[in-house]
Design a protein around this ligand. Structure first.
Ligand SMILES: NC(=O)C1=CN([C@@H]2O[C@H](COP(=O)(O)OP(=O)(O)OC[C@H]3O[C@@H](n4cnc5c(N)ncnc54)[C@H](O)[C@@H]3O)[C@@H](O)[C@H]2O)C=CC1
Ligand SMILES: NCC(=O)COP(=O)(O)O
Length: 353
């Protein structure tokens, strides 16, 4: 595998109370070839603890190698965890499996550091280990998740209002992709957020981003909001009044959008079959759980979260902080490794807006 050592990839630490540091240590230990040229934007002490957790008490653990600059990441041989210390070391050990403002602060600060480094062009991409949204909020970050924080950093960097840097969440695995109209909000608010502009903007972002990846116009299936996509108006009017007009407007722009389709069947139609591709390259979901449940259900170890619309590449595993198993060394690092692979291929395909 070839990679550009002058363009390292930063893996942000995630919430130190969760499984983020452990899956990072495991990925460096078990997928060293995939991880070459990557480094951790985080804290060396937390990574040492994670490396010990996966090795087991008293067993030799993968060493942590402190680097002084992102550009040093490519010089290190496999068999260690390169860490750039981008936050002040915590005063004491961070308790695992607990929400805390201190842990949220560390997690958020690592992401801010990485976002700014990527926007300055010092790193090729960001792969974010999971953070806990309540901890992030407790630390005073005014963003519900990475996606919104990165959007704000990008807008500030570009000197533009947030509305001029629209972003969308995509979750993808080998069989299915979905892009969401809205992300982190209550279901009640998400229903209100289904607007003609919001659906059309989602279609444009998905068309542009996936077109760059696939090298052709993606076939986009659009889910309805209501059961059976409204069943001809019997179960709701959003399909007729909002979603269908947005699809028509997108088609007039040359976007291959189709729908609105019944939400309970559109994902199975889009899913790649054993003998070839599915009916759609991507499904536009009207809200977070409509899109994420089908993708996550195919396996937490396979999905990758990609933020579309940013002027930088950001990927992430599809799972969260898993406080219930943090510190046990049991967490599966596959989704993180997939996120690194996906970031690398997006860097090659220049999937940035
Ligand atoms: N990219 C990110 O930063 C993400 C953050 N989150 C946040 O994580 C926190 C916890 O979310 P939950 O809903 O509990 O979901 P979760 O994904 O953390 O955990 C759900 C279940 O899956 C298991 N699990 C998750 N990842 C695993 C792995 N790598 N290996 C083995 N088992 C694994 C957990 O043990 C748990 O039983 C929330 O604050 C949520 O917002 C959730 C998704 C993504
Ligand atoms: N369910 C995915 C999720 O909540 C991740 O959000 P983000 O931190 O990537 O914005």
């Amino acid at each position: 595998m070839s990679f550009d050592t002058a363009s390292p990839i930063a893996i942000t630490l995630g919430d130190p109370a969760g499984i983020g540091p452990e899956i990072i240590a495991k990925a460096f230990r078990d997928a060293g070839v995939d991880l070459r040229g990557c480094f951790v934007a985080g804290d060396a002490g937390i990574l040492r603890r994670a490396a010990q957790a996966i090795a087991g008490a008293g067993a030799p653990a993968l060493p942590v190698a402190l680097i002084e600059a992102a550009s040093d990441a490519g010089d290190l041989p496999p068999g260690c965890i390169p860490v750039l210390q981008v936050v002040a070391p915590p005063d004491g050990a961070v308790a695992q499996g607990e929400i805390s403002a201190a842990a949220g602060r560390i997690a958020g600060d690592c992401v801010v550091w990485a976002a700014r480094a990527a926007l300055r062009g010092e790193i090729a991409a960001i792969v974010t280990a999971p953070l806990h949204k309540e901890a992030l909020a407790a630390a005073g970050f005014p963003y519900p998740g990475h996606t919104e924080l990165l959007q704000a950093e990008a807008a500030a960097h570009l000197g533009r209002p947030l509305a001029e840097v629209p972003v969308r969440m995509m979750l993808a695995n080998d069989e299915l992709r979905t892009v969401l109209v809205s992300i982190h909000m209550s279901l009640r608010d998400a229903i209100e957020a289904v607007s003609l502009d919001g659906v059309l903007q989602t279609l444009r972002i998905a068309h542009r981003a996936l077109g760059a990846v696939l090298g052709r116009a993606p076939r986009i299936g659009v889910a309805g909001l209501n059961p059976h996509a409204g069943e001809g108006g019997l179960f709701g009017s959003e399909e007729r009044d909002i979603i269908a007009p947005a699809i028509a407007a997108a088609r007039a722009e040359g976007i291959d959008a189709d729908g609105p389709h019944a939400p309970d069947t559109v994902f199975m139609r889009a899913r790649a079959k054993a003998d070839g591709r599915g009916e759609f390259d991507v499904v536009i979901a009207m809200y977070h759980d409509q899109g994420l449940i089908p993708v996550k259900y195919l396996g937490v170890e396979k999905g990758v979260n990609v933020t579309l619309g940013l002027p930088l590449v950001r990927t992430s595993p599809d799972h969260g902080t898993a406080f219930d198993i943090a510190g046990s060394g049991r967490a599966d690092a596959s989704s993180l490794v997939e996120a690194v692979r996906m970031a690398r291929s997006l860097v090659r395909g220049a999937l940035v807006s």
